[in-house]
Design a binder for this molecule. Sequence first.
Ligand code: SAH
Length: 379
Amino acid sequence: MSGAALKDKLTAGIRAHGPVTVADYMAACLADPDAGYYITRDPFGKKGDFTTAPEVSQMFGELIGAFCLQAFKDLGAPDSFQLVELGPGRGTLMADLLRMASLRPEFVEAASLSLVETSPTLRKIQAKTLEKAPLAPAFLDRFADVPDGPLILVANEFFDALPIHQYVRTADGWRERMIGLSETGELCFGVGTARLDDTDLPPAAQTAPHGTILETQPAANAIAQEIGTRLARHGGAALIIDYGYLKTATGDTLQALYKHTHDDVLAHPGEADLTAHVNFEALARAARDGGAIPLPPLEQGEFLLRLGLLERAGALGSGKSHSVQETIRDAVERLAAPDQMGTLFKVLALSGDGRPLAPFDMPAGSQQGFTDMRGGEIG
Ligand code: SAH
């Protein structure tokens, strides 16, 4: 089924059953079994619609590998643990991570690798990328299917692809933003009847001008809570990297990327990548509700520098040609510079029991290594 066919399917559905929520629209565009964006294609790289950090440079996955090695050590090097990636794309991050992690054979020996991926097209690419990796992946549809045990989890640009809801401030409170049909039969935005319970909103949102948009991310929060529960029960660490904001705020962040340029969100359903910025405050709260301890998030640039991005770049470029060195320098810029991915992208670490996780700071007021943030003692 082509993108045009998905537009027809959505239009027919709206004509028959009425307008759909932004979340329903996003889910159809990204995950329709016949025409969903991720289901039907490899969207990454120059020929695709966007480039992610692991596709910019091997250094990204390698440094995350270093984080995982340290987390493994801090967990007391368990005999077995679950190594999990959510939404692995082409499998590049995991391949680079495992190359770095292989420096400690006991890490690889203890790990069972699960890739949570819904796209059959991307699963095939991930299997190929990891053909020579020291671990064979199990492919899972959902995080809930990951076997029990201590967990080390990474997710890069996964949460931004999960459906969000949007609400519009009206004279009658926050009403859900819907997608319906214009008089000429084109997809268009409108306001529905469902209301947002605004009791938890920050005061600024309570007095926002009419027309202001506010987003909620129940699908993302539900997964963060599940991860939190798992971490609290079995121990471990999770690393969530995405573009987003640290405090709940108003604003429309839904965006479409089509062949590396911004596109009208409603123009190419199923053919454009559709994402929303992640609310890290909400994500951290959900993980805490699950029982894990969120550490204060870092911006991606700071996170990578603390992990030794510059040192790694120096080692990688040493003795290489001028042009290779320049490529490495460009990659450092793209990953860490404030005007590139360095500040827009945030990194949230979740700890199972409040133990420190390098290179993150401890939550304010905690006594490093002594206090379980939920009140108990660490044994
Ligand atoms: N982490 C990769 C890819 C990011 S794109 C990178 O950094 O390059 C988002 C990834 O999440 C894709 O692999 C997509 O197929 C997958 N994905 C999107 N929604 C998903 C869902 N609900 N469950 C599992 N995987 C999903």
